[in-house]
Design a protein around this ligand. Structure first.
Ligand SMILES: NC(=O)c1ccc[n+]([C@@H]2O[C@H](COP(=O)([O-])OP(=O)(O)OC[C@H]3O[C@@H](n4cnc5c(N)ncnc54)[C@H](OP(=O)(O)O)[C@@H]3O)[C@@H](O)[C@H]2O)c1
Length: 111
């Protein structure tokens, strides 16, 4: 993607708070080390992989918190540990499922 000048983005980097992410023990222990919140660890992970994160919050203090991720760096080991949280299933829907692709295509035509 980088070679083709395409910027990958993470729309919904907290997965809307699904999977109890804001209480995850691994993320909490990593955050404790840097005096950072779980949200900040979560946002640092894609950022450090050159993926642009687009988080949403309606709270001013959280928006500020979510911006303060450029003054620390996760170690290679921590980056790898966070990868183990991948469930290999979409938290929303599967863009590769032909039925879903058809449904999305139909919506575009009708909307
Ligand atoms: N996900 C998609 O498919 C999609 C599609 C199109 C556009 N977008 C846009 O992309 C952005 C992503 O937002 P999203 O809602 O989909 O998912 P998200 O950013 O993964 O999650 C937002 C949730 O995290 C909470 N949150 C944010 N910062 C937090 C923090 N520091 N500590 C604890 N909780 C925190 C928010 O609560 P509070 O608001 O109460 O703080 C909200 O419940 C939005 O601007 C959305 O419009 C997303």
């Amino acid at each position: 993607m980088i070679e083709n000048n395409v910027q990958i983005e993470s729309w919904g980097p907290f997965a809307e708070g699904k999977n109890n992410i804001f209480h995850n023990e691994l993320l909490q222990s990593i955050g404790n080390k840097y005096n950072k919140s779980i949200a900040q660890v979560v946002l640092r992970w894609p950022t450090q992989r050159s993926v642009v994160a687009i988080p949403k919050s309606v709270r001013k203090e959280r928006i500020r918190e979510n911006l303060k991720i450029f003054d620390f760096a996760l170690s290679d080991e921590e980056m790898e540990k966070i990868k183990t949280l991948d469930t290999n299933t979409s938290s929303f829907f599967d863009h590769r499922d032909p039925k879903m692709a058809k449904w999305l295509g139909e919506r575009k035509m009708n909307d």
